[in-house]
Structure formats: C-alpha cells, structure tokens
Design a protein around this ligand. Structure first.
Ligand SMILES: NC(=O)c1ccc[n+]([C@@H]2O[C@H](COP(=O)([O-])OP(=O)(O)OC[C@H]3O[C@@H](n4cnc5c(N)ncnc54)[C@H](O)[C@@H]3O)[C@@H](O)[C@H]2O)c1
Length: 264
C-alpha cells in the first residue's frame, strides 16, 4: 500500500512540466483525488485526464496565481469538491528569461521583477495561507511540498528575481513548518529538468546547445533530469513515509551542487 493512499492533493502549475508529472504520480501512488490547477485551462484538463487514467478523481481548476481572489477560490473549490485537503504542492513558477530579454540585475524591468515575485513567492505564501485551515483539519498526514530550485541555494547569472524568490521559498518552507506544525512542509530544489520552462530557457540563449551543455556539464549524472524523477521525490515528501521530515529542502540535480565542477 502506498503512503499517499486516500489523500486529497492540490497541485499548482499542473498543466505541464513538473507539476503535471507530480499530479499523475500522486494518482499512480494511490491518491484519492487530485486538483489540477493552472492558468491554462486546456492543459489543466489534459492533466486531469491523465490523473483519472492513473486511477484518481481529478478536477481541473483555472487559477491565475497573481490574482488573490483566484488563489482563494482555487483552494476553496478543491476543499469543497473533495471534502478537504491533505496535501498542497506549491509547484508553479516562472523565470524572467521567459518574460524579457533584459534579465541582468541592472537591466531587469521592474514589472518583470514584480511578476516573478508574485508567482514564485507571494502565491506560495497566499496558497499556503488559504490552505492552512483545511490542512490543519486533515486526519491523513497533512503536508505541503514547495518547489524551490538549486538557484535558491546558489547564484546564477541573469536570474535576480528567480534566484531570490527561490531562496525565499527555501526560507518560507522553514517558517511554514514551524508555524503550521504538525502540518509538515518541505521543499524540492531541482537542477536542470527537461520541461517547457527549461527548453524555453535554452531557446532564449544565443547558442541553445551550448547553454544546455554548460548547465549540465557540472552534473555527475550526464543528462537532463526528468519531471517524473522530481515527482517521485514530491510524492515521498508528501507521504507518511516522510513523517519525521519537515522544514527541510532537498536537492535533486544530478550532483551539480556537490562540488565546484572542476575536473582533475
Ligand atoms: N525545469 C527546471 O529545470 C526547473 C529547475 C528548478 C526548479 N524548477 C521549478 O519547478 C516548477 C515547475 O517548473 P516547470 O519546469 O515544470 O515549469 P513549466 O513552465 O514547464 O510549467 C509551469 C506551469 O505553471 C503554470 N503557471 C505559470 N504561471 C502561472 C500563474 N500565474 N498562475 C497559474 N499557473 C501558472 C504554467 O501555465 C505551467 O503550466 C517551477 O517552480 C520552477 O521554478 C524547474
């Protein structure tokens, strides 16, 4: 029996990429129901279909995480439809390279800084705030999984808003674990994972293949990470097997952060 058996899960940014993989993996591992939230209704519906095919109930919810009322409604609709909420996965995120070509600390437009902050950090807090009463009422091992990044643990060029919001998510994870205990809260910090976000990042570079090579060169596992691999870690952290784990961040990056990337 899986340790996410019977749980009700809400995943943000679940229309594609890592969020979609998490929604489907939760269903594969026995979750009772998965709310699939995304600002893109069509991709959310597609993911909901995959969740149902994997054996769980599903509901696609259109939500713009930059809109406070939309966030509140997303949580309320999930809890109403599935009679509660046991697991929240704050997965959605954006990177400034997908919003502007001016990404350096001295060129980034203010509105892009604000957009990245609203989605990557403020919405994680707001969703957690609205979900907290439901999670506190859960009798099925309530847990939150946040999606940070290795960029929240180390510097990265052309990502002033991305890196600082992801660092903020690592810290918010700790505060959430303290304030909401016994609801657990942990954070994933992926490296380079093969999703539309990462592919868009490569495409924005002058030489996309060189950018991919540079990003994967320090890894000890010589390939892009897979969304399904991140999803398995998310499911573990949400499961009762992780009952003694809270307030922590977990790197999943093929070993890139283990060293300085200098080969002898
Ligand atoms: N792919 C990587 O290499 C990588 C590495 C480290 C961390 N991450 C993090 O993992 C998470 C998922 O990344 P991904 O690569 O799957 O991204 P993605 O761009 O492929 O998917 C993100 C999803 O979030 C949704 N979304 C974006 N803004 C939204 C908003 N305002 N309201 C509602 N939904 C919104 C998008 O529609 C999309 O479906 C992000 O937090 C990202 O920062 C990704």
């Amino acid at each position: 029996m899986s340790k996410v058996d019977g749980k009700t899960v809400l995943v943000t940014g679940a229309g594609r990429g890592i969020g979609r993989a998490i929604a489907v993996e939760m269903a594969r591992q026995g979750a009772a129901a998965v709310a699939v939230a995304d600002r893109d209704g069509a991709t959310a519906e597609e993911t909901a279909g995959l969740v149902r095919a994997a054996g769980a109930k599903a509901k696609a919810i259109v939500c713009d995480l930059r809109d406070r009322d939309s966030v509140e409604a997303m949580v309320a609709r999930t809890a109403r439809r599935f009679e509660g909420l046991d697991v929240l996965v704050n997965n959605a995120g954006v990177i400034e390279t997908s919003l502007t070509e001016d990404c350096a600390v001295d060129t980034l437009p203010e509105e892009v800084w604000d957009a990245v902050y609203e989605i990557n950090l403020k919405a994680v807090w707001l969703t957690t705030k609205f979900a907290a009463p439901h999670l506190r009422r859960s009798a099925r091992g309530p847990a939150i999984v946040n999606t940070g990044s290795v960029s929240g643990l180390t510097g990265f060029p052309l990502g002033p808003a991305y890196c600082t919001t992801k660092g903020g998510v690592v810290q918010l994870t700790k505060v959430t674990a303290i304030d909401l205990a016994p609801v657990r809260c942990n954070c994933l910090c992926p490296g380079v994972i093969d999703t539309p976000l990462a592919q868009g990042f490569f495409d924005a570079a002058e030489d996309r293949d060189e950018m991919e090579r540079q990003l994967t060169a320090p890894q000890l596992v010589d390939r892009l990470g897979r969304p399904e691999e991140v999803a398995k870690l998310a499911c573990f952290l949400a499961s009762d097997d992780a009952a003694f784990i809270t307030g922590s961040s977990y790197v999943i990056d093929g070993g890139a952060l283990a060293w300085r990337g200098v080969r002898a």
